[in-house]
Ligand binder design. Structure first.
Ligand code: PCA
Length: 319
């Protein structure tokens, strides 16, 4: 018994204050630039806090499935996590505006949209005890198929991979059949014939080796959706002032770095698809106008459902 006390006392003297350990789930795999960016964020926090705050990234939905990450942070099963922002559009349309076709299609517009969206979703998330730390866009979304598509009509009847409600709506309006599939399950879904077409970034296309099961990529650049990193406010508030400052500083750095990584990624991954034999083509005017028509219908639906907060995001952006 005495030995145990002596040992415990010695440990208490020798060991520095116990490091705070945070698990951080993300739906996306290790080769995804977002995952690489949040790993660098974790490294920056560890360094700045001298190891007092130690964040471990759990990639590819290994800790929680995508659909559960937000609520896991809310209920403090994990203190922090990353997810696809527009997946929350069923809670408020303000979360989904970045996934509406042809609202913001360049990084410049996406940055402007984020500036309009951030204060509104910060308030919405605060109602759930959550605090956004940073948000990073995927490259603009393009169309992947097994043959060249020149009009929207040619999408009719195709089983279409979707990742959120907006994409499901778009596929349905095009007469296609949407199937929800997580990014990390894309290769499997195509190779088993579950789906035959998709809209996603060159990043996700190349990371899933799209050339193994698809042949054509059209840079329709329809929208620039974002991931967001969110922390539980109560857990954050319990950190020391130094650790809080370290998290905020690393988050600001991660946001800047992430946007730059995304732009790089768009170029590199499109080239990789071409190198692997995919036909990369600009959309025809007919395809563009067909998709824009669908986008206009979707925006009407969005407006009909939008809260005042959501509408204010769009009007601030459009100013
Ligand atoms: N990749 C993710 C979300 C958007 C993107 O470019 C996906 O396909 O699920």
């Amino acid at each position: 018994m005495k030995h145990i006390f002596v040992f415990a006392a010695a440990m208490a003297l020798a060991a520095p204050a116990l490091a705070e350990k945070w698990d951080m789930p993300t739906p996306y795999g290790d080769s995804t630039f977002h995952t690489q960016n949040i790993s660098l964020f974790a490294d920056d926090v560890r360094t700045a806090t001298n190891g007092d705050l130690d964040i471990t990234v759990h990639s590819a939905g290994s800790l929680f499935p995508h659909s559960e990450i937000k609520n896991a942070i809310r209920s403090r099963q994990v203190p922090i996590g990353e997810f696809f922002l527009s997946r929350l559009s069923n809670e408020d349309a303000a979360y989904g505006i970045d996934s509406q076709p042809f609202v913001a299609t360049s990084y410049e517009d996406a940055a402007k949209l984020w500036a309009a969206q951030k204060p509104v979703i910060t308030e919405l998330l605060a109602e759930q005890g959550l605090m956004p730390l940073f948000s990073v866009p995927w490259p603009a979304q393009g169309l992947y198929t097994k043959s060249e598509i020149t009009t929207v009509d040619q999408l009719a009847g195709l089983r279409f991979r979707a990742y959120n409600a907006a994409l499901e709506e778009l596929a349905t309006l095009a007469g296609a059949a949407p199937v929800q599939i997580e990014a990390s399950d894309i290769a499997q879904a195509f190779s088993t014939g579950q789906v035959a077409a998709m809209i996603t970034s060159p990043s996700t296309g190349a990371n899933s080796s799209a050339w193994d099961f698809l042949s054509h990529y059209s840079s329709i650049n329809a929208w620039v959706p974002k991931n967001i990193v969110v922390v539980n406010k109560r857990v954050f508030d319990k950190l020391s002032a130094e650790s809080q400052a370290a998290v905020i500083a690393a988050a600001a750095k991660a946001e800047t770095r992430g946007w730059a990584m995304s732009a790089e990624e768009a170029k590199i991954k499109t080239a990789i698809m071409a190198d692997n034999g995919m036909t990369v083509y600009a959309p025809s005017d007919a395809l563009k106008s067909g998709l824009e028509g669908i986008g206009a219908t979707m925006l009407e639906t969005w407006n009909a459902k939008a809260s005042d907060a959501a509408k204010s995001v769009l009007s601030t952006y459009q100013k």
